[in-house]
Ligand binder design. Structure first.
Ligand SMILES: Cc1cc2nc3c(=O)[nH]c(=O)nc-3n(C[C@H](O)[C@H](O)[C@H](O)COP(=O)(O)O)c2cc1C
Length: 255
Protein backbone atom coordinates (compact mmCIF):
# COMPACT_ATOMS: atom_id res chain seq x y z
CA UNK A 1 0.00 0.00 0.00
CA UNK A 2 2.83 2.36 1.01
CA UNK A 3 4.52 1.60 -2.32
CA UNK A 4 1.38 2.44 -4.28
CA UNK A 5 0.92 5.73 -2.36
CA UNK A 6 4.57 6.68 -3.03
CA UNK A 7 4.16 5.85 -6.72
CA UNK A 8 0.99 7.94 -6.94
CA UNK A 9 2.71 10.90 -5.22
CA UNK A 10 5.70 10.74 -7.59
CA UNK A 11 3.37 10.66 -10.60
CA UNK A 12 1.53 13.74 -9.26
CA UNK A 13 4.84 15.59 -8.77
CA UNK A 14 5.99 14.82 -12.31
CA UNK A 15 2.64 16.00 -13.73
CA UNK A 16 2.66 19.30 -11.80
CA UNK A 17 6.28 20.07 -12.82
CA UNK A 18 5.38 19.49 -16.45
CA UNK A 19 2.45 21.90 -16.12
CA UNK A 20 4.76 24.64 -14.69
CA UNK A 21 7.15 24.17 -17.61
CA UNK A 22 4.35 24.72 -20.11
CA UNK A 23 3.11 27.91 -18.47
CA UNK A 24 6.58 29.47 -18.87
CA UNK A 25 6.85 28.75 -22.54
CA UNK A 26 7.36 31.71 -24.80
CA UNK A 27 4.39 32.13 -27.11
CA UNK A 28 6.24 34.66 -29.29
CA UNK A 29 5.62 32.66 -32.46
CA UNK A 30 2.28 34.51 -32.70
CA UNK A 31 4.17 37.79 -32.97
CA UNK A 32 5.47 38.79 -36.39
CA UNK A 33 9.06 39.99 -36.25
CA UNK A 34 9.36 43.73 -36.86
CA UNK A 35 12.33 45.51 -38.32
CA UNK A 36 13.65 48.54 -36.48
CA UNK A 37 12.94 51.66 -38.44
CA UNK A 38 16.42 53.09 -38.44
CA UNK A 39 16.50 56.69 -39.55
CA UNK A 40 19.39 57.89 -41.70
CA UNK A 41 22.30 58.96 -39.58
CA UNK A 42 25.65 60.63 -39.75
CA UNK A 43 26.87 58.52 -36.86
CA UNK A 44 28.40 55.05 -37.31
CA UNK A 45 25.59 52.57 -37.73
CA UNK A 46 24.95 50.25 -34.82
CA UNK A 47 25.53 46.57 -35.16
CA UNK A 48 22.57 44.87 -36.65
CA UNK A 49 24.01 41.45 -35.95
CA UNK A 50 21.97 40.11 -33.10
CA UNK A 51 23.31 36.68 -32.52
CA UNK A 52 24.92 36.11 -29.15
CA UNK A 53 22.53 35.07 -26.45
CA UNK A 54 24.17 35.55 -23.10
CA UNK A 55 23.42 33.56 -20.01
CA UNK A 56 22.95 36.24 -17.36
CA UNK A 57 19.29 35.61 -16.68
CA UNK A 58 19.66 35.64 -12.91
CA UNK A 59 21.29 39.06 -13.06
CA UNK A 60 18.83 40.40 -15.59
CA UNK A 61 15.97 39.96 -13.17
CA UNK A 62 17.76 42.10 -10.62
CA UNK A 63 18.26 44.87 -13.17
CA UNK A 64 14.70 46.23 -13.20
CA UNK A 65 14.49 50.01 -13.30
CA UNK A 66 14.53 51.62 -9.91
CA UNK A 67 11.30 53.05 -8.58
CA UNK A 68 11.04 56.79 -9.04
CA UNK A 69 13.32 59.28 -7.34
CA UNK A 70 16.48 58.16 -5.63
CA UNK A 71 18.76 60.09 -3.27
CA UNK A 72 20.37 63.41 -4.00
CA UNK A 73 19.99 66.91 -2.74
CA UNK A 74 20.33 69.43 -5.47
CA UNK A 75 18.64 71.42 -8.16
CA UNK A 76 19.34 68.67 -10.69
CA UNK A 77 16.96 65.93 -11.76
CA UNK A 78 18.04 63.03 -13.97
CA UNK A 79 14.87 61.67 -15.55
CA UNK A 80 15.17 58.69 -17.87
CA UNK A 81 13.16 56.08 -19.71
CA UNK A 82 14.77 52.74 -20.42
CA UNK A 83 13.48 49.27 -21.30
CA UNK A 84 16.03 46.59 -20.61
CA UNK A 85 15.70 43.78 -23.11
CA UNK A 86 16.27 40.26 -21.89
CA UNK A 87 16.98 38.50 -25.16
CA UNK A 88 18.70 38.80 -28.50
CA UNK A 89 22.16 40.24 -28.16
CA UNK A 90 24.95 40.21 -25.63
CA UNK A 91 25.80 42.99 -23.25
CA UNK A 92 29.03 43.91 -25.04
CA UNK A 93 28.07 43.84 -28.72
CA UNK A 94 25.08 46.13 -28.65
CA UNK A 95 22.16 45.04 -26.54
CA UNK A 96 19.50 47.16 -24.89
CA UNK A 97 21.12 46.34 -21.61
CA UNK A 98 24.52 46.61 -20.00
CA UNK A 99 26.14 44.54 -17.26
CA UNK A 100 27.99 46.56 -14.65
CA UNK A 101 29.44 45.20 -11.42
CA UNK A 102 27.14 42.21 -11.49
CA UNK A 103 24.07 44.35 -12.14
CA UNK A 104 22.26 44.41 -15.46
CA UNK A 105 20.68 47.69 -16.47
CA UNK A 106 18.93 49.26 -19.44
CA UNK A 107 21.31 51.39 -21.52
CA UNK A 108 19.82 54.74 -20.56
CA UNK A 109 19.40 53.62 -17.00
CA UNK A 110 23.15 53.00 -16.87
CA UNK A 111 24.01 56.39 -18.37
CA UNK A 112 21.54 58.06 -15.98
CA UNK A 113 23.26 56.42 -13.01
CA UNK A 114 26.66 57.76 -14.10
CA UNK A 115 25.21 61.26 -14.46
CA UNK A 116 23.58 60.96 -11.04
CA UNK A 117 26.89 59.95 -9.46
CA UNK A 118 28.73 62.83 -11.12
CA UNK A 119 26.18 65.54 -10.36
CA UNK A 120 24.68 64.39 -7.06
CA UNK A 121 21.25 65.03 -8.58
CA UNK A 122 18.05 63.07 -8.05
CA UNK A 123 17.42 60.03 -10.22
CA UNK A 124 13.93 59.58 -11.63
CA UNK A 125 12.76 56.58 -13.66
CA UNK A 126 9.93 57.41 -16.06
CA UNK A 127 7.75 54.33 -15.83
CA UNK A 128 4.42 53.44 -17.38
CA UNK A 129 1.38 51.74 -15.90
CA UNK A 130 1.38 49.30 -18.81
CA UNK A 131 4.65 47.38 -18.70
CA UNK A 132 6.58 46.99 -21.93
CA UNK A 133 7.55 43.61 -23.37
CA UNK A 134 11.18 42.91 -22.51
CA UNK A 135 11.95 40.71 -25.51
CA UNK A 136 13.00 42.36 -28.73
CA UNK A 137 10.41 41.53 -31.40
CA UNK A 138 7.34 41.96 -29.15
CA UNK A 139 8.83 45.26 -27.91
CA UNK A 140 9.36 46.50 -31.47
CA UNK A 141 5.80 45.63 -32.39
CA UNK A 142 4.37 47.20 -29.23
CA UNK A 143 6.31 50.44 -29.71
CA UNK A 144 5.48 50.56 -33.41
CA UNK A 145 1.75 50.30 -32.66
CA UNK A 146 1.98 52.94 -29.94
CA UNK A 147 3.59 55.34 -32.37
CA UNK A 148 1.07 54.54 -35.11
CA UNK A 149 -1.73 55.26 -32.61
CA UNK A 150 0.00 58.43 -31.40
CA UNK A 151 -0.57 56.98 -27.93
CA UNK A 152 0.05 58.71 -24.61
CA UNK A 153 0.87 55.83 -22.25
CA UNK A 154 -0.17 56.59 -18.69
CA UNK A 155 2.80 57.21 -16.38
CA UNK A 156 3.20 55.28 -13.15
CA UNK A 157 5.82 57.54 -11.56
CA UNK A 158 5.52 61.24 -10.73
CA UNK A 159 8.12 63.90 -9.99
CA UNK A 160 7.80 65.36 -6.52
CA UNK A 161 8.97 68.91 -5.88
CA UNK A 162 9.38 69.86 -9.51
CA UNK A 163 9.89 73.47 -8.36
CA UNK A 164 13.15 72.57 -6.67
CA UNK A 165 14.83 71.60 -9.95
CA UNK A 166 16.53 74.02 -12.34
CA UNK A 167 18.26 71.45 -14.53
CA UNK A 168 16.60 68.34 -15.96
CA UNK A 169 18.73 65.71 -17.66
CA UNK A 170 16.36 63.77 -19.89
CA UNK A 171 17.42 60.34 -21.15
CA UNK A 172 15.62 58.01 -23.55
CA UNK A 173 16.26 55.44 -26.27
CA UNK A 174 15.68 56.42 -29.88
CA UNK A 175 12.55 54.48 -30.81
CA UNK A 176 11.42 54.48 -34.42
CA UNK A 177 13.48 57.60 -35.11
CA UNK A 178 11.47 59.42 -32.45
CA UNK A 179 10.93 59.82 -28.73
CA UNK A 180 9.33 56.77 -27.10
CA UNK A 181 5.65 57.65 -26.64
CA UNK A 182 5.91 57.80 -22.80
CA UNK A 183 8.25 60.77 -23.34
CA UNK A 184 5.40 62.59 -25.08
CA UNK A 185 3.19 61.93 -22.05
CA UNK A 186 5.98 63.11 -19.77
CA UNK A 187 6.71 66.29 -21.69
CA UNK A 188 3.03 67.16 -22.00
CA UNK A 189 2.32 66.42 -18.35
CA UNK A 190 4.96 68.68 -16.83
CA UNK A 191 5.78 72.32 -17.38
CA UNK A 192 9.53 72.88 -17.45
CA UNK A 193 9.28 76.61 -18.16
CA UNK A 194 12.41 78.45 -17.04
CA UNK A 195 14.35 75.21 -16.55
CA UNK A 196 17.23 73.80 -18.58
CA UNK A 197 16.67 70.43 -20.25
CA UNK A 198 19.79 68.43 -21.16
CA UNK A 199 18.90 65.50 -23.42
CA UNK A 200 20.83 62.25 -23.68
CA UNK A 201 20.06 59.20 -25.75
CA UNK A 202 21.29 55.76 -26.63
CA UNK A 203 20.45 54.36 -30.05
CA UNK A 204 21.16 51.74 -32.69
CA UNK A 205 22.63 54.13 -35.26
CA UNK A 206 20.19 57.04 -35.63
CA UNK A 207 21.53 59.28 -32.89
CA UNK A 208 18.91 61.75 -31.69
CA UNK A 209 16.95 61.84 -34.98
CA UNK A 210 14.62 64.87 -34.54
CA UNK A 211 14.01 64.32 -30.85
CA UNK A 212 15.73 67.45 -29.56
CA UNK A 213 13.56 69.67 -31.78
CA UNK A 214 10.50 67.76 -30.58
CA UNK A 215 11.47 68.35 -26.94
CA UNK A 216 11.85 72.07 -27.69
CA UNK A 217 8.43 72.14 -29.35
CA UNK A 218 6.79 70.42 -26.39
CA UNK A 219 8.58 72.64 -23.85
CA UNK A 220 8.77 76.02 -25.62
CA UNK A 221 9.59 77.92 -22.43
CA UNK A 222 12.48 75.71 -21.35
CA UNK A 223 16.08 76.04 -22.50
CA UNK A 224 16.79 72.82 -24.37
CA UNK A 225 20.49 72.12 -24.85
CA UNK A 226 20.92 71.23 -28.51
CA UNK A 227 24.14 69.24 -28.22
CA UNK A 228 23.02 66.54 -25.83
CA UNK A 229 24.88 63.29 -25.38
CA UNK A 230 24.23 60.58 -27.96
CA UNK A 231 25.74 57.12 -27.47
CA UNK A 232 25.48 54.13 -29.77
CA UNK A 233 24.19 51.08 -27.95
CA UNK A 234 27.36 49.33 -29.13
CA UNK A 235 29.46 51.72 -27.05
CA UNK A 236 27.37 51.99 -23.90
CA UNK A 237 29.38 49.51 -21.84
CA UNK A 238 32.61 51.49 -22.46
CA UNK A 239 31.10 54.97 -22.29
CA UNK A 240 31.69 55.86 -18.65
CA UNK A 241 34.65 58.22 -19.20
CA UNK A 242 32.90 59.99 -22.08
CA UNK A 243 29.82 60.54 -19.94
CA UNK A 244 31.91 61.87 -17.06
CA UNK A 245 33.85 64.24 -19.36
CA UNK A 246 30.63 65.44 -20.96
CA UNK A 247 28.98 66.13 -17.58
CA UNK A 248 32.06 67.95 -16.33
CA UNK A 249 32.00 70.21 -19.37
CA UNK A 250 28.43 71.35 -18.79
CA UNK A 251 27.24 74.49 -17.08
CA UNK A 252 24.88 73.11 -14.45
CA UNK A 253 23.97 76.31 -12.69
CA UNK A 254 20.66 76.37 -14.58
CA UNK A 255 21.20 80.02 -15.46
C1 LIG B 1 11.07 49.64 -30.17
C2 LIG B 1 12.46 50.03 -30.56
C3 LIG B 1 12.68 50.89 -31.62
C4 LIG B 1 13.97 51.30 -31.94
N1 LIG B 1 14.15 52.16 -32.97
C5 LIG B 1 15.39 52.64 -33.23
C6 LIG B 1 15.61 53.61 -34.27
O1 LIG B 1 14.71 54.02 -34.98
N2 LIG B 1 16.86 54.06 -34.44
C7 LIG B 1 17.91 53.63 -33.68
O2 LIG B 1 19.01 54.10 -33.87
N3 LIG B 1 17.73 52.72 -32.70
C8 LIG B 1 16.51 52.21 -32.46
N4 LIG B 1 16.34 51.29 -31.44
C9 LIG B 1 17.49 50.87 -30.62
C10 LIG B 1 17.50 51.56 -29.24
O3 LIG B 1 17.49 52.97 -29.39
C11 LIG B 1 18.72 51.13 -28.43
O4 LIG B 1 18.75 49.75 -28.30
C12 LIG B 1 18.79 51.80 -27.07
O5 LIG B 1 20.12 51.73 -26.60
C13 LIG B 1 17.88 51.18 -26.01
O6 LIG B 1 18.04 51.85 -24.79
P1 LIG B 1 17.43 51.30 -23.41
O7 LIG B 1 18.15 50.00 -23.09
O8 LIG B 1 17.74 52.34 -22.40
O9 LIG B 1 15.96 51.10 -23.61
C14 LIG B 1 15.06 50.83 -31.15
C15 LIG B 1 14.84 49.93 -30.12
C16 LIG B 1 13.56 49.54 -29.82
C17 LIG B 1 13.34 48.57 -28.68
Amino acid sequence: MKKITALLLSALLVLSLAACGNSNQNTAEDTPAETENMAPTTEPAGSSVESTVESAEGEIESGETADAAEAGNSNILIAYFSVMETDGVDTVAGASRVAVNGEVLGNNEYIAQIIQRETGGDLFAIETVQEYPTTHDPLLEFAYNEKADNARPELATQIENLDSYDVIFLGFPNWNADLPMPLYTFLEEYDFSGKTIIPFTTHGGSGFSRTIQTISELQPNATVISDGLSISRNSVSGAENDVVDWVNGLDLTGE
